[in-house]
Write a protein that binds this ligand. Structure first.
Ligand code: IPE
Ligand code: IPE
Ligand code: MG
Length: 229
């Protein structure tokens, strides 16, 4: 079985999971953390190189103040609690997105966690927080302009150096909860991703679900626009 080098997941459906049980939406987000733990550990064990998780989109900050505040709190607690375990599993952490929006204690914890795990050599775990694919592209453009590069010298390869994930291609993009859209996740890096959608809500997502997605990935014929005679 071919293990995708880079898997990205739009972890959707926490709210619906909670609503089905007549629980507040945050209960779904909390339950979703269990799925994150299981999937991170499993990806490390099967040799995935990079796992990129969409935790909070640029647009999610427009949800109710209550939900956003509770999500920030959850993010901080999980980050602080899990860092030792991530280290034990030799996992490297990279947070992408505009975290300047986050309370300063989250920013500090995020920097500390990334520094602590920087020399690990196992799975790279990327967490996208206050991230949007359009933000990423504009953010890269700003840096390109500041670099003073001549427009004739700009190409896909040197442009991509300024993107959050540079030119790292996502091999397999998974979205849970039945929605079949990108919702402003990594736009540049999914150009040739294989897409996999499942109706399973994120808190119910598990190893079996990931195995199904990887099996499906193995049946794909990745052509990249080229005809193989
Ligand atoms: C995904 O679950 C997590 C975040 C966007 C933070 P949702 O909160 O979008 O759950 P649904 O889509 O309402 O079920
Ligand atoms: C995408 O889910 C963002 C995350 C999973 C973090 P949303 O629930 O925000 O997306 P839409 O609103 O259904 O497009
Ligand atoms: Mg959603």
């Amino acid at each position: 079985m071919d293990i995708p080098k880079h898997i990205a997941i739009i972890m959707d459906g926490n709210g619906r999971w909670a609503q089905k049980r007549k629980l507040p939406r945050i209960a779904g987000h909390r339950q979703g953390v269990h799925a994150v733990r299981e999937i991170v550990k499993y990806c490390g064990a099967i040799g995935v190189e990079t796992l990129t998780l969409f935790a909070f989109s640029s647009e999610n900050k427009h949800r109710s103040n209550e939900e956003v505040t509770l999500l920030f709190k959850l993010f901080l607690n999980v980050l602080a609690q899990e860092v030792k375990k991530l280290d034990k599993h030799n996992i490297k952490l990279k947070i992408i997105g505009d975290i300047s929006l986050f309370p300063s204690n989250i920013q500090k914890t995020a920097i500390q966690a990334q520094t602590l795990l920087a020399n690990n050599t196992g799975l790279t775990l990327v967490i996208a927080a206050n991230y949007g694919g359009r933000w990423d592209i504009v953010n890269a453009c700003k840096q390109v302009i500041n670099s003073g590069i001549n427009a004739d010298k700009l190409n896909e390869s040197n442009y991509a150096q300024y993107l959050s994930l540079q030119n790292n291609a996502i091999d397999l993009l998974i979205r849970s909860s039945g929605e079949q859209r990108i919702s402003n996740f990594l736009l540049w890096n999914i150009a040739y991703s294989e897409l996999y959608f499942t109706n399973t809500l994120w808190p119910d997502f598990n190893i079996d679900e990931l195995d199904k997605a990887i099996k499906s990935f193995n049946r794909r014929n990745r052509r990249y626009g080229v005809i193989h005679e």
